[in-house]
Ligand binder design. Sequence first.
Ligand code: NDP
Length: 444
Amino acid sequence: MSYVDEVYRRTVEDNPGEFEFHQAVREILESLKLVIDSDEKKYRDVSLLERLIEPERIISFRVPWVDDRGHLQINKGYRIQYNSAIGPYKGGLRFHSSVNLNLLKFVGFEQTFKNALTGLPIGGAKGGSNFDRKGKSDREIMAFCQSFMSELFKYIGDDLDILGGDIGAGAREIGYLFGQYKRLAGLHCGAMTGKGPSFGGSPIRTQATGYGLVYMLENLLRRHGKGLDGKVVVISGAGSVAVHTIEKIQQYGAKVVTLSDSDGYIYDKDGIRLDVVKQIKEVRRGRIKEYLDEVPSAIYEEKKSIWDIPCHIALPCATQNEINLNAAKTLVRNGCIALAEGANMPCDQEATEFFQQSGVLFMPGKAANGGGVAVSTLEMRQNSMRTSWTFDEVDGQLHKIMSEIYDKTSDTAERYGVKGNFVAGANIAAFEKIAEAMMAQGFV
Ligand code: NDP
């Protein structure tokens, strides 16, 4: 059995029932066979893969808080400090009822590779809680955030582990978390990113993942002789990534016809109205169904799959494993020519392989949604330098970083004889960087 297969088998045995984690490890290890199989001894002798897969540290804690009725609530809190070979731990917090260690290990492992691919000096991490902000008052959310941070503040810092947002953790939650961090640590420093611009945040962090996704997609299409103008786009999700993807892609002349949340999706054949969506999601914090109140000609569906809607471009921006083989087949049959992953691992492995075999331009999340963490790192840099850059300055840097990620991903795929396989290109380019740093630092 090859070293790669042996390590995968052991990962499954040692982490029973953690299916998303197995899936993320398998997808990356499959690509790494191209590097490792020809020089197994070099990696086996230093147990490189075993060390890469096992997180450096997992912190698990309870989060007690009092709800508006005066009852004590208990949630679970976690932080996984995955890999610090190339820089301090960096990764977002996910607050959602589905959060458990399996999910965080999968996103943390992915994050380690994504961060390396940005070319910036950041290791990988992820954290979160099974707390769900839906239906909670502002006061309850603040109480939860303060309690969460009261435990976690001991383990983070701007040279150690830097937190950011993810599902369920947007600007409001980051503000409350940062306030409590500052109070307990007595420091106003860059231990968190995604802060408001008035207290050290980057002016473009909220937009960065969505904008970066569009910059990546534009690169991908342009370098294959295509463009965004006039293309019909299906986007899932209605959160931070989805909304800012629409904002940017409309500027390139594409027409977005859908958005969704976990209850259902809306379809507006005339093109989604961003002003209406922002009012619902950012001001009222409502559900996507409310779009119909403003645009009665749109359609709302709760039972059907969003991926049944014909489009040229699909941008899954909601959650993991939202596109399976069936959805992939429907998309290809309906004329989809490109897919870029805004969410982390939204396509399962069968769907990914089908897209690649069908000639769809497929850009994996590690490369496509790295704009958020890249701008977070620019925010850390601004905080250390005690300076602030303008929206346009950071946007220019984001544009350049996404283009560099494209080049690195594409060139690496070509170097390993799998031109156009951006999954392999992204995984291998990130691995080369992390592996070199781990080898140089000895057996730790
Ligand atoms: P948000 O919490 O802002 O939004 C998530 C959106 O997806 C919500 O509209 C949510 O609906 C919807 N959603 C969640 N689960 C499902 C589901 N099962 N079916 C349909 N819709 C669902 O998160 P973000 O926009 O920040 O993150 C979206 C994705 O992008 C995640 O995979 C995240 O890991 C990834 N990502 C985010 C980055 C960032 O900078 N924020 C950076 C890189 C990746 P509902 O309100 O009903 O839950």
